[in-house]
Design a binder for this molecule. Structure first.
Ligand code: V47
Length: 376
């Protein structure tokens, strides 16, 4: 043990990361300047080894997954985000809105699987009334009362509150009564105003996203958080984003997991941008782990990263891979070549293959099964 910690120290020293290494060992918070240094450091493997140290100190080899299902209830959206390949305008070819009964059917189709979570997100389509959102939550719980509904990004929640003509704080208890159990982390993109104005100016601002997340946490709901990286943002803007997530987490403690999302460039207005490389993706996982000292879990979303990079990310700070998913649309419209679903046993095999211990969790990270507690 002593040998491996000495090795990490000398590795970090050689990479010019001695001061950051010392802070990490002392459990001290890294500054924004440290964040920039981690992005700029040419020795990605040293950065990754430091992030892996923190991952193993917190979670050992345990790597979480769940058995989940995604439902994207509509792709009609008025936000016109330039990175998005999923959105359609009303009446445009391929535009769809699921009726609550169709959402219920999606749940019925998976009743034979041990699904514990449904992840529900969609576009912002102003023609949908407030009652629609209540109806889909109720329809899901009717079909599968035990399922955990992780639904609606902060962007959708702001739209729902607008429709309800009430502050979000008053709408959330109604959504919770209808079945909402937690919220996903999407829609945060990059908080910086410059990036917002250039890439998604119709959408809520970073400040509004953070305010909505705070309200969600104050309502007793947990949520995730994300950053969409690898397009027009600078490393300074990424560090600022991570810092703002960290400050809100200090206040509320409501974020469970951070998920760096890699920009995919097919079928959107930013197709001329190359998107991140595998090395960028691994660095993003590592920097997230090191900067977000108050967020327990870092997710390597396999749908987006692909299986080999998700496996590698488990040694760069990540301790979660998301779940079985079943039907993914947002990334597949943007060029993802991963499968749309994976069997539980397959996920377990990948995690094991990466030298880690698979742990099936529910959405709130309660352990449902852990390989090291169950004889093979
Ligand atoms: O908000 C959209 C991003 C997000 C593209 O909370 C794109 O557990 C890359 O948030 N290239 C939705 N990214 C996905 C998401 C998510 C996924 C898995 C788990 C969780 C969770 C949340 O996807 C959007 C947006 O930031 N996105 N288009 C694109 N072309």
């Amino acid at each position: 043990m002593k040998q491996s910690s000495d090795r990490l120290q000398s590795r970090c020293e050689r990479a010019g990361l001695a001061a950051i290494h010392a802070k990490v060992m002392a459990g001290e918070r890294l500054s924004e300047a440290d964040g920039l240094a981690l992005y700029r450091n040419p020795d990605l493997h040293a950065v990754g080894a430091l992030a892996n140290y923190v991952r193993e100190a917190k979670h050992g080899d345990h790597t979480y997954f769940n058995v989940n299902q995604h439902i994207n209830y509509t792709n009609v959206c008025n936000k016109l985000c330039r990175f998005c390949s999923f959105q359609r305008l009303p009446g445009q070819e391929g535009a769809y809105v699921m009726r609550p009964e169709e959402v219920a059917q999606k749940i019925r189709e998976q009743l034979h699987e041990p699904v514990t979570e449904v992840h529900v997100v969609g576009g912002v389509y102003p023609r949908l009334p407030y009652s629609y959102y209540i109806d889909i939550l109720q329809a899901i719980k009717r079909e599968r009362p035990s399922i955990h509904i992780k639904a609606f990004t902060m962007v959708e929640l702001m739209q729902i509150a607008r429709l309800a003509k009430k502050p979000l704080a008053e709408v959330l208890p109604e959504l919770q009564a209808a079945g909402l159990d937690s919220c996903p982390g999407g829609g945060a993109e990059v908080f910086a105003k410059r990036v917002h104005d250039e890439g998604y100016h119709v959408k809520n601002t970073g400040e509004e996203w953070l305010e909505a997340a705070k309200t969600v946490h104050q309502a007793g709901l947990r949520s995730n958080c994300t950053m969409l990286h690898g397009h027009i943002e600078t490393i300074e803007e990424r560090v600022d984003h991570l810092n703002r997530l960290r400050l809100l987490q200090d206040e509320t403690g409501g974020f469970q997991t951070y998920i760096p999302l890699s920009f995919h460039n097919e079928g959107n207005e930013w197709s001329h941008l190359p998107g991140p490389t595998a090395m960028d993706e691994l660095r993003e996982i590592a920097v997230g782990r090191l900067m977000l000292d108050n967020i327990e879990h870092i997710k390597a979303y396999w749908i987006m990263l692909g299986i080999p990079i998700a496996q590698t990310a488990l040694s760069f700070g990540a301790n979660d891979v998301d779940g079985t998913v079943v039907e993914e649309k947002i990334y597949h419209e943007a060029g993802a070549t991963t499968p749309q679903a994976v069997e539980r046993d397959e996920l377990i095999r990948w995690i094991r293959d990466a030298g880690r211990i698979p742990v099936e969790r529910d959405t709130l990270y309660r352990v449902l099964w852990a390989e090291d507690e169950v004889p093979a």
